[in-house]
Design a protein around this ligand. Structure first.
Ligand SMILES: [Cu+2]
Length: 464
């Protein structure tokens, strides 16, 4: 072991692996599907540059939406620093309106807190504000716009403060997942930030099956840092393992508080660090357990639309679905209803149960999407005589599979058809035997520089 602190630690009785004790430099955190924010050193100051701006975010293949984020990404790039660092962050506002930048949980002076109106003026469009502080904290923190509606447009990023010496026990892998949710109705690309129901649920700006699995070697100790900013709390569940919660948005938790679990509720504005030893080989789902958060593009009308021509609704289709064509959701023309729901129920009471579905006839009549592995739905002959069938929306199954469209090294070796059952806030922790782990790392290395999924390359920033 080459830990700087090793010499001063008491002699250990036996050889230990890296994961059995702390000390030494912590491993860098990985945020799948989100870049790290580069920095430059100005003397002893770590200088970062964040640009608040509109971004095109591809949440699943073919679904590019207009969000607001930072440096080309929503969520914004991950910042990583070490406890004790002096940090400068230049924030430029390239949005069409004022913004603010709040450092969530930071113990900094009030004038650096980024509270619009009270600690500083909002940053005007085209404006800049330079934050500078020394951070004497470690844990899973984040930055976000403190304009509430901008939060619902995507404006958050992870701010990881590492301890000088790794926590004990030391982890081999350290992952970050930011949870966000959007109400983006079919055929429109802009979130309705006033909506109270959400049909796109993302991990790091992607919905399953486009999320990138967390790749772990069998036996490694793993930390996953979960961060939530939105309107809902998310119970995050891991298959195949028990974990302990080792940290919150307030930093590291004492070991005496660690108890085993496999589901952790991450409330709005909270972070939770979970740790476990990846002792059980397999492709294990990691997901929000709210059923509607394991679905994509859900709106009350999607089911019927996919199975029969037209749909009975009190309004024309666009307004029936809550699409804004003019005015705002609260304008006199639209009334307050569009801000409340995905259209149905907010405008008129109507039954929206699904039409009969038979084996052989199916969605492919209406939805012949290239790349999707459309197959007849897998239903029994008497399905329509069973109460409760079909459910209001048919959101998962073999016909939803799109393995090829989300092909990437991290998905290599997954069971064929896997992607039909992964949607919304879902990803895998893949606990792999050494040979398969090495194979994926090799594939990943070969692909470096290529961005198979994204149609919008992350903005490059010049830090000369
Ligand atoms: Cu959830």
């Amino acid at each position: 072991m080459s830990h700087g602190r090793e010499a001063t630690l008491p002699k250990r009785k036996r050889e230990t692996t890296a994961s059995e004790h702390g000390g030494g430099l912590p491993v860098l955190a990985q945020t799948p599907d989100v870049p790290d924010l580069p920095f430059r050193m100005d003397g002893n100051v770590k200088e970062f540059h964040l640009i608040a701006e509109p971004v095109k975010q591809e949440i699943v293949p073919g679904r590019v939406v207009d969000l607001w984020g930072y440096n080309g990404s929503a969520p914004g790039p991950t910042i990583q620093i070490t406890n004790g660092d002096r940090v400068r962050i230049i924030v430029d506002n390239h949005l069409p309106e004022a913004t603010s930048m709040h450092w969530h949980g930071f113990e900094v002076s009030s004038d650096m807190d980024g509270s619009p109106g009270s600690s500083q003026d909002p940053i005007a469009p085209g404006g800049r504000f330079v934050y500078e502080f020394t951070l004497n904290q470690d844990g899973t923190y984040f930055y976000h716009s403190h304009m509430a509606m901008q939060e619902m447009m995507g404006m958050i990023g992870a701010f990881i403060m590492h301890p000088k010496d790794a926590y004990n026990p030391r982890v081999d892998k350290d992952f970050v997942i930011i949870m966000q949710e959007y109400a983006i109705l079919p055929n429109i690309n802009v979130p309705n930030s006033m909506n109270m129901e959400f049909n796109w649920l993302t991990f790091n700006g992607k919905s399953g099956p486009a999320t990138t699995p967390l790749i772990v070697r069998h036996g490694e100790r793993v930390r996953i840092r979960l961060i939530n900013l939105g309107m809902d709390h998310h119970p995050i569940h891991l298959h195949g393992h028990q974990f302990v919660v080792t940290g919150t948005e307030g930093g590291r938790q004492p070991e005496s508080t660690w108890g085993p679990g496999n589901t952790v509720l991450v409330g709005v504005a909270q972070s939770r660090d979970v740790e476990f030893v990846a002792s059980n080989p397999g492709d294990w789902m990691l997901h929000c357990h709210l059923p509607h958060h394991m679905m994509n593009q859900m709106s009350s009308n999607v089911g019927p639309m996919s199975r029969r021509n037209g749909m009975p609704a009190g309004l024309d289709m666009e307004r029936g679905m809550g699409m804004l064509r003019q005015g705002s959701a609260s304008s006199g023309e639209n009334g307050p209803s569009l801000g409340r729901g995905l259209g149905v129920g907010s405008t008129a009471e109507q039954a929206m149960s699904n039409s009969p579905l038979s084996a052989g006839s199916s969605m492919q009549q209406h939805q012949d999407m290239p790349g999707m592995q459309m197959r007849p739905p897998d239903v029994s002959k008497n399905a329509n005589s069973v109460p409760g069938f079909p459910q209001d929306a048919f959101m998962e199954g073999p016909m939803m599979a799109m393995d090829r469209m989300v092909d990437k090294p991290e998905n290599y070796g997954l069971r064929p058809g896997w992607s039909g059952f992964m949607a919304g806030m879902m990803t895998f922790v893949r606990v792999l035997p050494p040979d398969q782990y090495d194979q994926i790392m090799e594939l990943r290395q070969k692909q470096q520089g290529k961005k198979p999924m994204s149609s919008m390359p992350a903005m490059e920033h010049n830090h000369e």
